[in-house]
Design a protein around this ligand. Structure first.
Ligand code: APR
Ligand code: PHB
Length: 415
């Protein structure tokens, strides 16, 4: 018997997890994917004494090498603290009380905190969130299988679902009560659901985001800056007081090799107001990449004993900084449902998970889509369309009602 969490996991055969070999094993919840959704779900379950094993396709270092967004809603911050993964966040996270909108060469501040009775967002990279959750999981002695190949799931329409995978050339079978598909947009879980049992909704945007990470002080350390310009969208963000994150909208056909650092900085400055552009500290990029933008939702999110959470079930364009936060709210709902099942012998939570999660997901999809539509230049955005965007932004920054609507979505809708 291997003590994991507050419960024990019955070993059918003594095998390896990180330091042991697994051939056949059983746990309560098999989590597919060691991204933010899988790691946070495992931590929330562990806190309630529910055992899980995470099966991850990539190596630990590969998962940590991904550069992703970095704005946390308070609900996400609170969850990280509740599972003991908030220490570094409390020290290094940068609390923001406002956002700034740039259009017609002028910058306007939206007092997000003042408009939401004191709520804030925190700038802290997703990579750091993932790192902190990985460290907390390891410290708790919980099992994560990295570099798992040929991961497949079966019998999730029965009460004895199974996960199969290969490591070190050996086939492994993991029996469990539930499978949590936290394996992202390109994962195996959603694609294992029969096509006639799932409905997908998608909007692919006709542009990409060229993102640069540079070890230079952020031009706006206390507010994320969103720019609307006839040349395209721009965004000024940060990872710390010495590391900045910038984005500019670019044609989806662009290749990152086409963009020198100098060309990026020049284009960014053209899209900002002159005062802000004049204050930007440039420097060599330590990461430069082009990401496509899409809105996507799969319904439902439960299939027998399989539950989808995070990017496995939905994608938002990064404009609203909602991807990680939406993954966190999914696993908040899912962990509560599974805790009720095990500790209260109540199935209402798992039966209602999909409907509850989707109600919030669609509201966040709407916010992310609307802000993307407002801030970006589309192929069909002609001179009149540009004027309409500028008029809407002008109304937004001068209307308390409109600014409040933006602010309450930006800090995060209630869980
Ligand atoms: N088997 C095992 N693991 C898999 C498989 C598979 N077949 N397919 C994918 N994975 C792993 C990926 O390697 C990744 O580590 O699942 C993990 C999914 O993590 P994310 O893609 O980060 O998704 P999620 O945890 O839902 O977090 C959502 O991440 O992508 C960003 O913008 C997104 O901020 C949002 C957040
Ligand atoms: C980021 O810091 O990467 C970031 C910030 C705000 C966004 C999107 C991305 O809306």
């Amino acid at each position: 018997m291997l003590p994991i969490g507050n419960l024990r996991v019955n070993l059918v055969k003594l095998v390896k997890i990180n330091h042991f070999k697994i051939n056949n094993m059983r746990t309560q919840v098999a989590i597919i994917g060691a991204g933010p959704a899988g790691l946070l779900l495992g931590a929330l379950l562990h806190k309630a004494g529910i055992a899980s094993i995470i099966i991850e396709r990539q190596s630990r270092s590969y998962v940590l090498s991904r550069i992703r967004a970095g704005i946390l809603e308070q609900g996400t911050v609170d969850m990280l603290h509740s599972v003991g993964a908030g220490q570094r966040l409390a020290i290094e996270g940068q609390v923001h009380h406002a956002i700034e909108l740039v259009f017609k060469n002028q910058r306007h501040s939206i007092d997000v905190t003042g408009l939401t009775d004191g709520k804030v967002v925190t700038a802290y990279g997703q990579t750091e969130v993932t790192h902190d959750l990985m460290n907390a999981r390891h410290a708790a002695g919980l099992a994560t299988v990295y570099e798992a190949r040929d991961v497949s799931i079966e019998d999730f329409d029965t009460v004895q679902p199974k996960v199969h995978y290969v490591t070190d050339g050996q086939h492994h079978e993991l029996a469990c009560d539930f499978i949590a598909g936290c394996d992202g947009f390109h994962g195996v879980c959603r694609s294992s659901v029969p096509k006639d049992a799932i409905q997908e909704f998608e909007r692919i945007y006709p542009f990409g985001w060229l993102g640069v990470l540079a070890d230079v002080p952020p031009v706006s350390p206390h507010a994320i800056v969103y720019g609307n310009h006839a040349r395209g969208f721009s965004l000024c963000s940060m990872r710390s007081l010495t590391r900045s994150r910038y984005y500019i909208q670019c044609p989806i056909t662009d290749k990152v090799g086409q963009w020198s650092d100098a060309a990026f900085w020049d284009e960014l400055r053209l899209r900002l107001d002159p005062e802000l552009a004049g204050r930007i500290t440039t420097g060599p990029s330590i990461d430069k990449s082009i990401a496509p933008l899409r809105s996507f939702v799969a319904e439902p999110m439960r299939f027998g004993r399989l539950f989808l959470a995070g990017d496995a079930a939905h994608i938002v364009p990064p404009t609203g900084a909602k991807g990680l936060n939406l993954a966190a709210s999914d696993v908040k709902y899912l962990s509560s449902a599974l805790i009720d099942f095990y500790l209260e012998k109540c199935s209402a939570g798992i039966d209602g998970y999909s409907q509850r999660a989707l109600a919030r997901i669609w509201k966040v999809e709407r916010f992310s889509w609307s802000l993307t539509t407002l801030m970006h230049r589309f192929p069909e955005t002609d001179a009149f369309g540009q004027k309409m965007q500028e008029a809407e932004l002008d109304y937004l920054v001068h209307s308390k009602a409109a600014s409040t609507a933006l602010a309450e979505n930006y800090v995060g809708l209630p869980l």
